[in-house]
Each structure stands twice: as structure tokens, then as C-alpha cells.
Design a binder for this molecule. Structure first.
Ligand code: GRF
Length: 360
């Protein structure tokens, strides 16, 4: 017992915070759906966990198959399972394992419902409902995949957090999404933002860093315009600052400067960007307008989180989110909807990277 406690102690403080977090109430999130006739059943996963709450809303002849790989199991459950030597069955019978609410909807409405919920609420398609074959239980969760998922969470508890630097030039709404995801341990992102650099003064993104008590620095590219290689000199100043803060992963979040090849090579594999199109389509500036101008028009646009290489928006893709293009869309409207998707996609991609589920 004590042995386990020590093993996990470096991340225990954050887990302790999690234990003090009040139950999440989902009323506001699902209000827009309540009169839509699209919801067949709702299970709030409280005491009794997944195994006892879901059957309360299912007729006996049906079973639900949950995809254990899609569960974002928060660190506190990894810690509990280990310190208490708790079996998978007992975990699933006692705790929600990160799934606060289950909505059962017709297959044909799943995408529509997801569209309404996912970008704000981390909603995901978690499984499917089947005719139950006796003596199958009413909730079926693949044991091997659940164990793997739990092991990954436990490994993260023992792995130092990735130290992230975020580069911005403006509003920083993506920075905010990354701050929210890294400061709330329920997201299970094994990373912390240790530095925000802006190349512009007085931008809103800097205030977000101040409010979150994250060290920040303005390095203006204008200060380098009279040096011999201004771009490289500016980038070197950034590298020096990032190294001084022991940053090991950089997220570009609306950083409006082209980076030198030298900088890209220095951070190769640890430098990622978010772009408002489904790359490789529409790289570069005005990606949303490029999507709207395409003839014939695409049905979907979206956003891409990708590794940065020496080309413009050409690096390997980490995660993409689709956003439908509507008939009467304008640049502004599409941009707003893509922005929402970005705030979902960037934390998701950071989670994959920081939790070592993906690398270059
Ligand atoms: C985003 O649309 C992103 O795709 C692009 O720059 C914008 C930054 O927005 N690279 P914000 O500053 O994060 O609000």
C-alpha cells in the first residue's frame, strides 16, 4: 500500500484536487436535446458505476457494448485501481471511469447529437446497443482493452509531465483550450504549460497566461529587424527562452510568423500547429475562404493538428475534426464553427502526444 502511494506521489496532489471536485451536472449540456425526440434513454453514471447504472435504463433483452478504447479514464481511477488493487469489474461497478453521462440515441441521429454536444462537452460515440444473448451481461466492456487503457493511465502517473511552451500572436482561444485541458486532471493530459511566448505585446492570449499563472514572455520580432538574419535571430531568442524553461513540446496557437528551418529542425517531432482546414487541402492563409471558394464546394471543412516540418502546413497529421460547410456559409460563420472544433481538437491531439500514444 505504502509502496504504491510513494510510486504515485508526485502526481498525487493533482489527484487529490480531483477527489474534491463536485459532481458534474449535465442539465445545461443536454437541454437543447431534451425536446428533440432523439434521446431514447439517459444514464447518469453515479454510485454503482457503469455496470449498475446503465442497466437501469435498458430493457432486459438489450445489452450495451462499450468501446473501452474510447474511455478517457481520469488519473484518479488509475491511482485508485492500483492502490486498492481493484479488479476491472469492481472499478466498473463502483466508478464512472470517466464517463459521466450516457445518452442512448438512434444510430441515425448519432452524428447530429454529437455535433451539438461534442465540442463543448467532450462527448464521444462510446458504443452500441445490441439484442442481448443470455447469459451475456447488460454492459459488455472488453477486458483486455480496458486493462490496457488503465495501464496507460497508471504509466502516465509515473511519467513526468511533458513541459509545453505555447507560441501565440493574438487572442489565444486555442491557448485557453490547452490551459483548460492541462489544468483539469480529468482530461488526463500528461502535460503542463510552462511558458507562453507572444511576438506581440498586449494581446489577449497573454492575459490568459497571467490569469492561469503561467510564465509568459513577449519576444517581438521587430527587435530583430536590423540584425543580419532577422528570422533566425528571432527564432534563436525563442529557443533560448524555451530551453531556459526546459520546454520539450511546443504548440503553435495562432502564431503568425513563419519559422526558420533551423528552428523547425531544432524542435523536430516536438513542434505542432493547428490549422483551420482539413489538410492537405487549403494550406496557408485564408484557409476558410479557400474552402468556400472551391468549385464544386466541399461538404466539409474542419481543422488539423499536425507536426511542423519545413513546408507550409505540410507536416504529418495528428488529429482532424470535421465541420460541415452549410449552404449559406460565410467566411465568418465557418471560421467560428471551425474555431469551436479547434478547441476540441487541440487538447485531444496534445493528449495523444503527451501520453505517448503518437510520435513522429
Ligand atoms: C486559429 O484559427 C488557428 O487555426 C490558426 O490561428 C487561429 C488562432 O486563433 N492557426 P486563437 O488565437 O487561438 O483564437
Amino acid at each position: 500500500m505504502i509502496f504504491n502511494y510513494n510510486l504515485f506521489s508526485h502526481n498525487f496532489l493533482q489527484t487529490g484536487e480531483e477527489l474534491l471536485t463536485p459532481t458534474k451536472i449535465y442539465t445545461e449540456a443536454i437541454k437543447p436535446l431534451l425536446h428533440s425526440n432523439k434521446i431514447k434513454a439517459i444514464a447518469h453514471i453515479t454510485g454503482g458505476g457503469l455496470l449498475e447504472n446503465i442497466p437501469r435504463v435498458l430493457p432486459k433483452h438489450l445489452a450495451i457494448h462499450l468501446n473501452a478504447a474510447e474511455m478517457h479514464i481520469p488519473p484518479v481511477f488509475g491511482w485508485l485501481a492500483s492502490i486498492g488493487n481493484i479488479t476491472n469489474q469492481e472499478m466498473q461497478r463502483t466508478y464512472n471511469c470517466g464517463i459521466g453521462l450516457i445518452l442512448i440515441v438512434p444510430k441515425s441521429s448519432a452524428n447530429e447529437v454529437l455535433e451539438l454536444l461534442k465540442h463543448k462537452n467532450d462527448a464521444r460515440l462510446l458504443g452500441s446497443v445490441h439484442a442481448r444473448k443470455e447469459p451475456e451481461p447488460q454492459v459488455v466492456i472488453d477486458d483486455v482493452i480496458f486493462t490496457q487503457n488503465l495501464r496507460n493511465v497508471q504509466r502516465n502517473l509515473l511519467t513526468p509531465k511533458r513541459r509545453v511552451g505555447v507560441l501565440i500572436s493574438g487572442t489565444g482561444t486555442n491557448l485557453q483550450a490547452l490551459i483548460d485541458a492541462t489544468q483539469n486532471s480529468a482530461y488526463g493530459v500528461n502535460a503542463e504549460i510552462v511558458l507562453v511566448i507572444s511576438n506581440k505585446e498586449n494581446v489577449l492570449g497573454l492575459k490568459r497566461a497571467v490569469d492561469a499563472s503561467i510564465p509568459h514572455k513577449v519576444i517581438s520580432h521587430l527587435n530583430f529587424k536590423n540584425t543580419e538574419n532577422p528570422r533566425e535571430a528571432f527564432d534563436r531568442a525563442m529557443t533560448a527562452e524555451l530551453e531556459a524553461h526546459n520546454v520539450d513540446l511546443i504548440c503553435l496557437a495562432g502564431f503568425m510568423r513563419i519559422l526558420s528551418a533551423e528552428f523547425v529542425r531544432r524542435w523536430n517531432g516536438n513542434l505542432v500547429n493547428i490549422h483551420p482546414s482539413l489538410l492537405p487541402k487549403y494550406p496557408g492563409l485564408h484557409a476558410q475562404q479557400q474552402a468556400l471558394d472551391a468549385n464544386p464546394r466541399d461538404t466539409h471543412s474542419g481543422c488539423t493538428v499536425h507536426f511542423v516540418d519545413e513546408g507550409v502546413d505540410t507536416g504529418a497529421i495528428i488529429w482532424q475534426e470535421l465541420v460541415p460547410i452549410l449552404d449559406n456559409d460565410t467566411d465568418d460563420l465557418l471560421t467560428q464553427r471551425i474555431h469551436k472544433a479547434e478547441h476540441y481538437a487541440y487538447p485531444k491531439a496534445l493528449r495523444l502526444l503527451a501520453n505517448e500514444r503518437i510520435h513522429l
